[in-house]
Design a protein around this ligand. Structure first.
Ligand code: ZN
Length: 342
């Protein structure tokens, strides 16, 4: 072996080791919430008529004391290693604990679990949440097939017609077809971007089995306040015209990877179109780890968390909207369309 070959091999080995070190550092980097402390919403007083709790990803519980609805109902939160190395299925212990934590671990506790698209981190646990609480699973035909694969009775599965308004007590719900955030081509292929689940999906199955299906925005209307719950940081364009809300809960996963032009369009289509006075980001948590108050945001390998928050905060300032943050598991309140406790 010549000296030159030996040097080349050494240089390549050094490069390999450096690349691994950089990857490990990036993968374990945890963006801090400290920068956003000043924007945290206060907890509501116990008597607040409408209470909204963020349970990580796009899982949001909305309750007025008489009725309760939830989006997605995802609690399993498999690790990246589990997702990469094997088939996945709902984690019954985590679902049970997740429901118990918010007092929903009994039949009749929840009226509806509304699935905002059919990727595993939105749809996978919904039929088990429905089975335990008696809720109906509401969503696309793909989500209906996720429910059928879990043997949820047909009476608990509902695919709404376009424009259908669903009533639960004083709640009115409307699912508005929207779009998913753009993803890197290989992730889009892996996760069935734009594809549907056309037969009952029986877990365990590879993560790629939970294809996107139709992506939705959910509009929740209640005499005490109106919410937009946007399941993914995407928009079709004009779909929310004519819908008015007070608070927009916006998914931000992958938003930090988009251009500033995209972020301002996202803001326009969701916040400006609906007239929301308050913007609250969600689905920024590292959902490959357990959920608690200290669950950190997605790291730099997966998203640009601070970039996304800065983008939405700047848009909010420019358009005179209130930009607020919620920690995972935190609750805020609405009364007559205004935030309580401020
Ligand atoms: Zn998705």
């Amino acid at each position: 072996m010549t000296t030159r070959t030996r040097l080349t091999i050494k240089a390549l080995l050094l490069l390999l080791v450096l690349s691994i070190v950089v990857l490990v550092v990036l993968a374990s980097w945890r963006p801090s919430l400290t920068r956003w402390q000043a924007f945290l919403l206060p907890a509501p007083a116990p008597a607040t008529p409408l209470q909204i709790t963020w349970l990580g990803t796009a899982t949001v519980l909305v309750s007025d004391g008489d009725n309760a609805i939830m989006t997605d109902g995802f609690f399993s939160r498999q690790s990246l290693l589990q997702l990469a190395t094997g088939d996945i299925e709902p984690d019954l212990a985590r679902i049970e604990a997740g429901l118990a934590r918010v007092g929903l671990d009994r039949p009749g506790a929840l009226d509806a679990v509304v699935v905002l698209h059919s990727h595993y981190d939105h749809a996978m646990d919904a039929p088990e949440v429905a089975r335990r609480t008696g809720a109906r699973v509401i969503g696309s035909e793909s989500t209906a097939n996720v429910s059928r694969g879990w043997d949820l009775p047909e009476v608990q599965i509902h695919v709404p017609e376009a424009g259908e308004v669903m009533q639960f007590g004083r709640f009115e719900l409307e699912l508005v077809p929207s779009a998913h955030v753009p993803m890197l081509p290989f992730i889009a292929r892996l996760t069935g971007h734009g594809e549907t689940i056309d037969a009952p999906l029986r877990p365990p199955a590879p993560v790629s089995a939970w294809k996107e299906g139709q992506s939705y925005a959910l509009v929740v209307r209640h005499p005490q306040g109106r919410l937009l719950i946007q399941g993914s940081a995407g928009f079709a364009g004009g779909e929310l015209a004519g819908h008015e809300v007070d608070v927009a809960l916006l998914s931000t996963g992958s938003l930090g990877r988009q251009s500033s032009r995209y972020i301002s369009r996202y803001f326009e289509e969701t916040v400006l179109t609906t007239g929301a006075h308050t913007v609250i980001p969600m689905h920024w948590d590292h959902f490959f780890s357990m959920l608690d108050r200290n669950t950190h945001p997605l790291g730099p390998l997966l998203d640009d968390f601070h970039g996304a928050m800065d983008g939405l905060r700047q848009q909010s300032e420019q358009h005179e909207r209130d930009f607020r943050m919620l920690e995972p598991l935190a609750t805020f309140g609405l009364e007559d369309g205004r935030l309580t406790g401020d």
